[in-house]
Design a protein around this ligand. Structure first.
Ligand SMILES: Cc1cc2nc3c(=O)[nH]c(=O)nc-3n(C[C@H](O)[C@H](O)[C@H](O)COP(=O)(O)OP(=O)(O)OC[C@H]3O[C@@H](n4cnc5c(N)ncnc54)[C@H](O)[C@@H]3O)c2cc1C
Length: 390
């Protein structure tokens, strides 16, 4: 491919959002270049984790339930196309646990019913009987999404990127550096440069740069994207114990505790993480080694909720970052001064599952225009965090 080709669209960032955007644009006949500084689903990226929960429940928030439902169909279709079957998706079921008084479970029941998402409601005795692994006396209500589960995340991103390349997308490992050529107030840009000194022209530019968005657009997005440090732990299960296998334990979330976890998939161990936001971090430089305080905290939690694992070793850890907007809604909008530059991010700790619908929406906005979802607009991104989407 000539270095001087002008692409229809240049997508910066090959995480789940950029890879799906490139793929959807290619499916619609666009010539696309996908660029990433470190590689698709790399270890610094939010999409670089081993696994991500694919759940449909969002409390009363029907928009994300509908996007998740549509996306799961697309994920399975893509994996079937590229791998012969959706092997990177584990239908573990997703179990929400809470107390009867917790309004979110009630609201979720209504939305899941309306959106025809299969689920079972569980009483406290059913929870105790089916899942003796949990110490669950305070959890007297449950919803089990029976068709939901887990995607093996970084490998799934590779599949999307490879599929995009097979459809003609060019991929390049390079870091895009501001300022942008031809940058004018109220105008458009003609090209971007890379840290290697290359100049690349395109008609439209999509920045799907996750937690890096604030570094690339410091004035506009620096105060509106809040990258938070998130630590993930895998506990080794006792030898010969099947209680934590995917047959015995679904993926689970206890929102009152701000904790979620997964069964022992691919023998990596029982995964557990806190969903509360950690300290603000720089995605290039933050250390990927977990802290002693977090180890202590997670050990105390596991001993309380999963007594069988109280003395189990931590067999793997991961450190990642969420790329939060003020309230957790995505950011998909044009740059206010450069009309062919698009922001595409703000996954806010829940974006992975939505990759297909996200890419479809970005492609539609660029190619067809049409009504934009106000919740994704830059104008609705505040400079103070008040999380509302979980
Ligand atoms: C610990 C953790 C658990 C999570 N759990 C879930 C879950 O269970 N379910 C769920 O749905 N979601 C979950 N999420 C959220 C989800 O993973 C993210 O919302 C999603 O991966 C964001 O993808 P992205 O493409 O926006 O960003 P990223 O994956 O971070 O991709 C951005 C890419 O841009 C590239 N880039 C940045 N700057 C430049 C530049 N200047 N030039 C070139 N390339 C550049 C980076 O290298 C990177 O690859 C979780 C996130 C974390 C961290």
């Amino acid at each position: 491919m000539s270095k001087h080709k002008t692409y229809d669209v240049l997508v910066v960032g090959a995480g789940v959002f950029g890879a799906w955007t490139a793929l959807q644009l290619a499916r619609r006949g666009q010539s696309v270049l996908l660029i990433d500084a470190y590689g698709p689903g790399n270890s610094r990226a939010s999409s670089g984790g081993e696994s991500r929960i694919i759940r449909m429940g969002y409390g009363a928030d029907e928009l994300y339930t509908r996007w998740a439902t549509r996306s799961l169909v697309r994920w399975k279709e893509l994996l079937a196309e590229t791998m012969g079957s959706p092997v990177l998706f584990y239908k573990t079921g997703v179990l929400w646990l809470g107390s009867k008084e917790y309004p979110r479970l009630k609201e979720m029941t209504a939305v899941l019913t309306r959106c025809k998402v299969p689920f079972e409601s569980l009483s406290s005795s059913a929870i105790a009987q089916r899942y003796p692994q949990f110490s669950s006396r305070d959890l007297n209500s449950g919803i089990l999404e029976t068709e939901s589960g887990v995607l093996m995340a970084r490998r799934a991103v590779w599949e999307v990127a490879e599929c995009a390349v097979s459809l003609g997308v060019d991929y390049r490992q390079a870091q895009v550096t501001p300022p942008f050529e031809g940058q004018t107030r109220g105008g458009s840009i003609a090209a971007i440069s890379t840290s290697g000194g290359e100049r690349i022209s395109a008609g439209q530019f999509v920045f799907a740069c996750g937690a890096w968005l604030g570094k690339i657009f410091p004035e506009i997005l620096g105060p509106r994207i809040f990258p938070s440090r998130q630590e993930v732990f895998f506990f080794g299960v006792p030898p010969g114990n099947n209680q934590f296998s995917a047959q015995a334990l679904p993926t689970w979330l206890i929102q009152a505790d701000e904790v979620y976890g997964m069964p022992d998939l691919e023998a990596r161990g029982f995964k557990i993480a806190f969903d509360s936001h950690g300290q603000r971090v720089d995605p290039d430089m933050q250390t990927r080694v977990v802290s002693a305080e977090s180890i202590e905290r997670v050990r105390a939690y596991v001993a309380k909720r999963f007594p069988v694992l109280a003395n189990s070793p931590i067999v793997e850890t991961r450190v990642c970052q969420y790329e939060n907007t003020s309230n957790g809604d995505f950011l998909i909008d044009r740059h206010p001064q450069m009309n062919n530059v698009w922001f595409a991010g703000g996954g806010s700790g829940h974006g992975f599952k939505h990759g297909p619908a996200f890419g479809e929406y970005v492609a539609q906005q660029i190619l067809d225009g049409g009504p934009a979802e106000p919740r994704f607009a830059l104008a609705n991104k505040a400079m103070e965090q008040k999380r509302a989407v979980y």
